[in-house]
Design a protein around this ligand. Sequence first.
Ligand code: ZN
Ligand code: ZN
Ligand code: FE
Length: 753
Amino acid sequence: MAKSSVDILVRGIVQGVGFRPFVFRLAKELNLNGYVTNSGEGVEIHLEGEESSINEFILRLKRDKPSIARIDEIVEKDSTPMNLSSFQVIASKETKVFTIPPPDIAICNDCKNELLNKYNRRYLYPLISCMNCGPRFTIIKSLPYDRSRTTLSKFKLCKDCEAEYFDPINRRFRAEPISCWVCGPKVFFVEDGKIVKSDDPIMIAAELINKGEIVAIKGIGGFHLAADATNDATLKKLRALKNRHFKPFAVMVKNIDFARKVAYLSEEEERILLGQEAPIVLAKKKEDSPISELVSPKINTIGIFLPYTGIHVLLLEKTSSPYLVMTSANPKDEVISYKNSDAMKKLSSFTSHFLIHNRDIYNFADDSVVRVIDGLSILVRRSRGYVPIPIPTPVNVDKVFGIGGDLKNTFAIGKEKEVFISQHIGDLSSYSTQRELKNSIRKFLRLIAQDIKVIALDMHPNYYSRKVAESMKTDMKVEVQHHHAHIAATLASNNLNEDVIGVACDGTGYGADGNIWGFEFLLSNLKSFNRLAHMKYFRLPGGDKAIIEPRRFAFSLLYDILDKESLFKFDLGFSEKEKEFLYAMIKSGTNSPLVSSCGRLFDGISALLGVCLFSTYDGEAAMELESIADENEEDSYSYDISFNGSEIVLDPSNLVVGVINDLKSNAPKSKISARFHNTVVKAISELSIYLADEYKLKRVVLSGGSFLNEILVKGVRKNLMSKGINVILPRGVSVNDSCLSLGQVVVASSEVD
Ligand code: ZN
Ligand code: ZN
Ligand code: FE
C-alpha cells in the first residue's frame, strides 16, 4: 500500500468547537500518525499513513465535522513524511494571522445530564460547559482562542479538569472554558450588596421568585431580571419599576413540553428553540395559557426561549412556576448590565436580590430574537449565539467599517469577503449606550484583528453614530443612504450581486432629498440605487414627538382629506387648542418634516382605529394593529398610483377615506385592520410587479422593520411568486435597522476599488 504524507489547513469556524478532538479521534480510527494544532489561520493537520486512509480522512473531515463547526476551505499540500509514530494534539502556534472566534453555545444535552446526575462530579455545578457548549464570544478577549485569552484565565484547572482537558477522547479535551466545583468560578447569592453564605444560592433565588419577588440573574451575556410569568402582581410591579407599560417581556420556559402549552409552535419554531443558539422565538400565543396577560399585552405573540446555561436549568428545576419572565436587566435606553459591581449599582432600583457568578463577561450579548414568518426564519435581533459568525458577501469588503444607524445599532467590519457584525448595541440615545458603542468597537476590532481603511455611515446629519464615525481616523468616509443599506444588506446576505427591485418599508430613514423616507421602491444593486417610487409625502407634526404619538400622524392623514371642521370633529383625544396647534404646524410645515413612511402609515391607521394613540415602544402601534386583524377578511380599500414623469407616487388617501367610512358604519376593527393590511399588500405587490416587469428583473428584495409583519410578508410573497418573481428576504441578518451596518459596508466597498 502507498504511504504518503500531507499537510492540511482547515479554514472556517474550527476553533473552540471540538474540532481538534474530532480530528484526533478520526486520525486514530484510520491509523494515521501526525498532529493537529490551532493556528491563526484555522486548524493545521499533518498526516502520515496509507494514502487511502488519508483520502478517507479528508472525506470524513467534511462529512462528520462537529455540528457547530463550519468549514469554509480545506487546503491540502503534499509534505515530507517525518516518520511519526503517533498522532498528537500540539499547543497553539502563536501567529498573527486570523481565524474566527466562535459564538456562545447553549448548554448541551450531555452537560445537562451531568448537571442533574448526582454521581457526576459536576452534579449541580451551574457553570458547567464542555467542548460542545458554553460561553465563547462573551469571554474571549483576543485570538487565537485559548484559555489564557479568556476571562477564565485566572482559574487554574484542578487535577481532574486538567486530565479531561488533555485526554483526547474526553468531551472536554481542549475545551477552553471548562471548570468544576473545585477549580472554577462559582455562583453566589447577594442580598443588599452582601454575599449570603449558602450551599445552594440558586435555591434562595428560586424561593424568592416563588414568593413573587424579582431577582437579577447573571447568565452568559449579561443580567436578566427574573420573575414568575404567571404572577400578575409581580409583573405589575416589574412593569412599574422598569417604566415599561406594554413592551412584551420574554419568557424562559422550563422545557419544550411547557412551551407547547403557551404557544402554537411549528416544527421550524421548535427546531430554533432547541437549537444551539437558543434565541427567543416570537410565536403565536395560546389563548388558554397560564401565562399572565401582562407578559405581552395587546399582541397575539409571545417571546419564549429555553434555559441555555446550567444556572437557568437549575433555577427552573427549583421554581414552582415553569415560566419565568427573563428580561434584559438594564435601566431604560441603556445596554444590558454585564459586570457584577455595575449591575448591583444600576439595578438597585429594581431589586436587592442578585444571583451572580465570578466568571467575567468581557463582551456583553443580549438574547437574540427570531420570528418565523411564512416558514422563513427572520432574525429580529442578532446577538448571543450568532455573533461573531461572519456573513459571507459576494464582494471584497476588506477593512471597510460600517457604523450602523442610531436605532437598534450594530456596527460591522469587513474582512476580505466576509462581514463581521457586532452584537446588538441598541438605541444610541443615552450616554451609556454611546459609551458602550465606543468600547465595543475597540474590543470587537481587536477580537477580529482588523483595522479600518474606510468608514461608512448613514446620511442622517444628526445621528450620534455619525459623530463617532467622524471622530475615527480613516482614509475615507462614505455616506450610504438608509434604505439603500437595507436593500444591499439583504442582497449581500443572500450572496447576490445584481440589479433588483428593492422594497424598503420602515419607520424612519434619512432620504437623499432631505425628507424622511420609509416606503420606497428602489432600483438597486450593491453599488448604487435609483428611487423609482415611494409613498406620497405627509407632514409629521412635531417630528420625533409624532413617532411616540401615532395619533399625530393620524391627524396629518386626515388633514389631507377632510376640511377643517370635519377634521376637528374626529376624536383622537386632542384638546381644541392642540388641534389648532397641529393644524397650524401642518399648514405652515413648521417642525413638520415631510415623510413617506410605511411605519408612520401603520401608526396613523392604528391611531384612527383607537388601537394605539400613544406608542410606548418601537413598533407598538403596528404590532397591535396586526394582532387584531381578521385573517379571513379578503376585502381591501382603494389607493392611487400616479406617474409624474420619472416619479411614481403611491397615494393612500383613498385608503384613509375607506377606513373612515368603515369606522362611521361601525365595521369591526378586526375587519378594518385586515382590509388595511390587504391594501398595503396589494399596493406593494402591484408596484413591485410593474417595476420588475418594466426593468426586466426577476427578483424583488424586501427589507425594513415593516416586514416583520406576517400579513405583509405572506401576502406580498404570494402575489409576487404567482407572477414568477423571486422574493428575497435577508438571510442570517435582520430586516430592521440592525442590518444597516452590513449594508453600509457592502455599499462603501464599491467606492474603494
Ligand atoms: Zn456541554
Ligand atoms: Zn476543576
Ligand atoms: Fe430602517
